[in-house]
Design a protein around this ligand. Structure first.
Ligand code: AMP
Length: 138
């Protein structure tokens, strides 16, 4: 994205670029991902141009929490998928390509071959306690 230019999702929210809409209200919009990882792969975005989760207003965050389960129920009912991953890439380092808050809803089926490369690290209880205390105190 060119600095200062609206992101592709801001342009979709503004109605300048078409999308396959599945849900809309005053704060949020949901539409099908153009390059789905599975059938029904949907993106839930804020209408307001905001890049990261930590920049959401409490109202937007609450609305996302309210709408996500509703959308998941609809998507699973229509696709017949057994479950889904809800994924939010927050920041470039986390794989965020479009700098506009969006939650992926990715329907999952047995044997679909999708997955993550998690590499869990070992930490002592003392290390975890100290880190949790720092985050609580922040
Ligand atoms: P992320 O890596 O989390 O930023 O994901 C961006 C997602 O946006 C990808 O899954 C893309 O396929 C999807 N995407 C990009 N442009 C469009 C578009 N015009 N309409 C729908 N989905 C899009």
């Amino acid at each position: 994205m060119v600095a200062g230019q609206p992101s592709i999702f801001a342009r979709i929210a503004a109605g300048e670029i078409p999308c396959q809409k599945v849900f809309e209200n005053d704060l949020l919009l949901a539409f099908l991902d153009i390059n789905p990882l599975s059938e029904g792969h949907t993106l839930l975005i804020t209408k307001r141009a905001v890049e990261r989760v930590e920049d959401l207003t409490p109202e937007e965050a609450a609305e996302i929490g309210r709408v996500l389960p509703v959308l998941v129920r609809k998507i699973l009912a229509v696709t017949g998928a057994a479950g889904c991953n809800i994924l939010q890439n927050n920041g470039r380092v986390a794989g965020q390509e479009v700098p506009h808050v969006h939650f992926h809803i990715i329907p999952r089926r047995e044997g679909d071959g999708l997955g993550f490369r998690w590499k869990p690290q070992r930490r002592s209880t003392e290390e975890l306690e100290a880190l949790a205390a720092r985050i609580r105190a922040q």
